[in-house]
Design a protein around this ligand. Sequence first.
Ligand SMILES: [Zn+2]
Ligand SMILES: [Zn+2]
Length: 340
Amino acid sequence: MKAACLNSIGAPLALEEVPEPTLERDEVLVETRACGICRTDIHIQDGLAYVPRLPHIPGHEPAGLVCAVGAQVGSPQIGDRVVPHLFLTCGECIYCRTGRDAQCSRGRGIIGVTTGGGFAEYFKAPARNLLLLPDEVPFEAGGLVSCAVVTAVRAYRRAQVQLADPVLVLGVGGIGQILIQLLKHAGARVAALSRSQASLQIAARLGAELCLQAGAEAIPEIIQFADGEGVACAVECVGLGTTMALAAKCTRRGGRIVVVGEEAEFPAVDTIQIAQRELEIVGSRNGSKQDAQDALRWMASGVIQPPIAERVPLDRINDGLDMVRHGRVHGRVVVKVRGD
Ligand SMILES: [Zn+2]
Ligand SMILES: [Zn+2]
């Protein structure tokens, strides 16, 4: 099969002919139709955060058609449209038992991150990791459930937002835009911060009432927007020390900061602020299988419409990665592996 391979850290992906994945009894082979590109793919290419064994086929937002199943697999069946939950969990540890699939302590990897992924004509997954894609959801949007959409759904739940709460979304990339859709649907009042004017225009179109260029000057406006007290919740999709400091300054006493963005930085929030203002700082990672299932339902009903900015064929994958790396796009870039 044709696959885009990372052969050494820092190198562009190389389009190569490689053997198709071989199936265990509980596994399913999926013919890839589309696969989103995520910032984590850039981190993998650069040797940051996750370091898979090389050569590696990245791609963790794939969707496609089931084309073969292992001997033990009852469902899904050949011809089903599917999207994977990425975490190869044990199904038995305390985290698996309590709906924290992405925290499994005995996991065997993450599809497309530490094991072979969707930048290839075929990928494989255990049957129990695959979710059926509703007919209303096209492959190119469906694949985004695995990372961008499920991450936004999880973060939304971690935010525990109530009706009419003022909420700040920091960073209006793919995840931030989906979060705004969910928050507006839930009746929250949304302020959005971004460095990019184009992203702020998208945020406004999605219903964010206050859209501001990221920076210290934005703080008084956000506090005023949030009844003079600060937002009930800030969702931090950037992950820098400076944006965390901004989030803390904009959050009201007893408010919550949900950390979604990941960078190798230390949050610039002092313990006096956290203690005296009783801030709650919670992390949010990808999501559970249930979060993914619910994400699909919200997509089928139109509440979530993942922003797709650009589509590239598999043989132009490096162009797609460059667009993400340099922030030239304001939404997801999707690799079309095979026509719909
Ligand atoms: Zn991702
Ligand atoms: Zn587990």
